[in-house]
Ligand binder design. Structure first.
Ligand code: AMP
Length: 274
């Protein structure tokens, strides 16, 4: 059987992957779950080879607590990737990522200052910085990104387009547990009871989206926030309805809009969009 190759250094990685045609790339921060699995499977279908990176990027966290409490289990992750028959795994340290000058400057669209960007000021700069570097190191044909982090996916897409980078963004649907809860590495920090609360949040978003589609005048964001708070959510950071093409206020509420939310259960921050 073909062995999965693990690289900790970009130079050895480059030697191996240089010249591969149709390379798919899935960037992750580990604690892999079924959402990642979907991206990997899709990447395997559209590309000849697949590379998965596992790197918890300190620059995209805005609190020490959030960074240190982010779940980590590299042994489990490697087994997970082996089972999926991934070709290459890149496990860089910060020096490997940040010790070179990039060819492209980060393009940070103004859409980075809404939604999560309003509350996590340097977050998207950190995300774009690491993705820009990973793309220069790996030069993949495809990068697979989840709609779960919709704003992130859009901003990366805009950076790639603006800088004329030869990588195609492949957006992927959000994978959910049976309860509706979107898979997320952060779910590892939730108790069973807290996971139930998060799944009820999802169900309420779906319910409200249907109400809005039928009659947008009936919809009051304030009411939705109150309902969500009563479920046992500590804090709702934002709930916004936005057009998914341009992340602006929708012209109408029939199609092409999503409800975007960020909220806390205890001190665990969760995001979703439906
Ligand atoms: P992360 O490891 O959280 O940085 O996520 C790595 C990639 O997986 C990102 O493109 C995410 O949007 C995507 N992802 C995370 N959760 C899910 C999910 N439940 N369904 C689909 N994609 C996801």
């Amino acid at each position: 059987m073909k062995q999965m190759k693990i690289f900790k250094n970009k130079l050895t990685l480059n030697k191996k992957i240089n010249g591969i045609k149709n390379l798919s790339f899935v960037p992750t921060m580990g604690s892999l779950h079924n959402g990642h699995k979907y991206l990997i499977k899709k990447g395997k279908k559209i590309g000849n080879k697949i590379l998965v990176s596992v790197y918890i990027n300190p620059k995209q966290f805005n609190s020490r607590f959030d960074f240190s409490s982010y779940p980590r289990d590299i042994k489990k992750d490697l087994n997970f990737l082996k089972k999926l028959k991934v070709d290459y795994v890149y496990l860089p340290n910060s020096k490997d990522i940040y010790s070179f000058k990039t060819k492209h400057k980060i393009y940070q669209d103004k859409a980075s200052s809404i939604l999560c960007g309003k509350f996590r000021k340097t977050h998207f700069r950190g995300v774009l910085n690491v993705v820009n570097r990973l793309l220069e190191i790996i030069k993949p044909n495809y990068i697979l990104l989840g709609n779960k982090d919709f704003q992130q996916m859009k901003l990366i897409e805009m950076h790639i387009k603006k800088r004329k980078i030869q990588t195609k963004v492949v957006p992927c649907k959000t994978i959910r547990e049976k309860s509706g809860l979107a898979y997320s590495s952060r779910n590892n920090n939730l108790s069973i009871k807290e996971k139930k609360i998060a799944s009820r949040v999802y169900k309420n978003l779906i319910k409200f989206k249907n109400i809005v589609k039928k009659n947008s005048n009936k919809f009051k964001i304030f009411d939705l926030i109150e309902i969500i708070k009563r479920l046992g959510v500590n804090k709702v950071e934002y709930v916004e309805l936005l057009n998914i093409k341009n992340l602006q206020k929708p012209k109408n509420y029939k199609t092409n809009f999503n409800i975007f939310i960020a909220y806390y259960i205890r001190n665990i921050r969760l995001i979703d969009n439906v």
